[in-house]
Design a protein around this ligand. Structure first.
Ligand code: PLP
Length: 435
């Protein structure tokens, strides 16, 4: 860049300089500098699942569905793909059917808004629920957590309260204590973000009893739970637990989902189930309808072409998210097992002091505790000298509790790369972290 700058960073919204928002860019940059390194960093779907997507066949399938089942004339069904569409979405009915069949979530299409990824669903939900920026309403977030929710809160100037999350998921007692503390200060926790099934990055899963406790607490404290279910599909059939929304008989949960993992991330299609009733002078609307009003000022509508591709995928898989995700879930479970086995093989005997890892039953991620700071300098060393990349967990946390932890993702690699990568990681940890 040449010449004098035109603007100063201090004059821009402060989220542009927030480390939580900068972390993803930094990781991408490190990966591009070390293309030969084996990377346990990306939480992205395996590239093989992108190979055989026939978008033309999928959109044709969806157009036929519009004509045969939804009463569209053939030319207006075709046009629906290329014109602006309804802000609330085109595939709400199919998503409602799939959620009902697979996850026991009973939602009317009016209670669903189709969004540009789960990310937009989070943005719209937070914007709607928090009347003022920087006010007395707080969002509680299970910590460590997905960078997308911290970033959204920062973007909207919503104050955040981090909550402890252990291997058994969100600490519900901690949330109760934080609600009391906020009340004593004349503030309130308005909403709580939680991923009960195999959280990113912690890999935590909440037992059934804590899910019920959390729902009861939400009712007592009059707060809403924002449930993010990106990785729930990786549970085995006999190990599945009902999500918060399936257990929610009091409309306390806004459920956020994505097609990024069961489908493909480039579609940028997600959704929110928001069945809460909102009173207006002239009647009632669902919260999903309110979110759709806000959406007209963010992305106007989720691209109909992308929705048609996702709709086609659902139609091709018996209108079932579980069916759509089945072969993917199998691969991710196999990869996770390979990763855990390789860690046992290469680090388990004569385990260096201070190194431990957890054993999630699903999801993409394994967390490793090490005895030194897992920071960007250590990552750089790991990449340059040992040819292996991982993600510092501190980037996903609002506290310093995760500063000596790293996250490994198993989704993007093949078993032989996992084996090779763990071998390199074990050498690196023995020589650098345990030294
Ligand atoms: C917890 C969590 N939620 C949501 C998403 C996906 O969001 P999107 O649909 O915007 O790609 C991810 C992707 O990494 C995630 O880890």
């Amino acid at each position: 860049m040449t010449g004098t700058p035109d603007l100063h960073a201090d004059d821009l919204h402060r989220s542009a300089q927030d480390p939580a928002l900068a972390a993803i860019g930094f990781l991408n940059e490190v990966m591009s500098r070390y293309p030969e390194a084996i990377s346990f960093a990306p939480g992205a779907p395996h590239p093989e699942f992108m190979r055989d997507i026939d978008t033309r066949a999928l959109t044709d399938r969806f157009v036929a569905h519009l004509v045969d089942e939804r009463g569209f004339a053939p030319d207006s069904a075709q046009r629906a793909l290329y014109e602006y569409g309804p802000a609330q979405g085109l595939i709400n009915g199919l998503v409602a059917e799939a959620l009902g069949a697979d996850q026991g979530i009973r939602a009317d299409p009016r209670e669903i808004v189709i969004t540009v990824g789960a990310q937009e669903a989070l943005l719209l939900t937070l914007r709607a629920l928090f009347r003022h920026s920087g006010g007395d309403d707080l969002i509680a977030i299970a910590d460590p957590c997905y960078a997308g929710i911290i970033g959204t809160a920062r973007l909207l100037d919503i104050p955040v309260v981090p909550l402890r999350e252990g291997e058994a998921g969100l600490d519900v007692d901690h949330l109760a204590a934080q609600c009391r503390e906020a009340r004593e200060q004349g503030r309130r926790i308005r909403a709580c973000y939680v991923a009960p099934d195999f959280s990113n990055p912690g890999g935590a899963r909440m037992p059934l009893a804590s899910r019920h406790e959390l729902l009861d607490l939400a009712e007592r404290e009059d707060l809403l739970l924002i449930e993010d279910n990106a990785y729930g599909f990786t549970a085995t059939e006999d190990d599945g637990l009902p999500g918060l929304k399936a257990l929610d008989s009091r409309r306390r949960v806004v459920h956020v989902g994505t097609f990024a993992k069961v489908g493909f991330p480039g579609a940028r299609v997600g959704y929110a189930v928001a069945d809460q009733r909102v009173q207006h002078g002239d009647g009632e609307r669902t919260l999903a309808e309110e979110l759709a009003v806000l959406k007209t000022m963010t992305t106007v509508n989720t691209p109909p072409l992308a929705q048609a591709v996702v709709g086609g995928l659902l139609l091709d898989h018996g209108r079932s998210l579980a069916e759509l995700g089945r072969s993917k879930a199998q691969r991710y479970r196999r990869n996770l097992q390979c990763l855990l086995d390789a860690l046992d093989r290469h680090l388990g005997d004569d385990l260096p002091p201070g190194i431990t890892w957890q054993r999630p039953a699903g999801g993409f991620f394994v967390r490793i505790d090490i005895p030194v700071a897992a920071d960007l300098a250590l990552l750089e060393l790991s990449a340059a000298e040992y040819g292996v990349l991982w993600t510092p967990m501190g980037q996903f946390s609002l506290t310093d509790r995760c500063d000596r932890q790293l996250r490994l993702s198993c989704s993007y690699l093949d078993p032989d790369q996992i084996e090779q990568g763990v071998k390199r990681l074990a050498t690196f940890l023995r020589e650098e972290a345990a030294a």
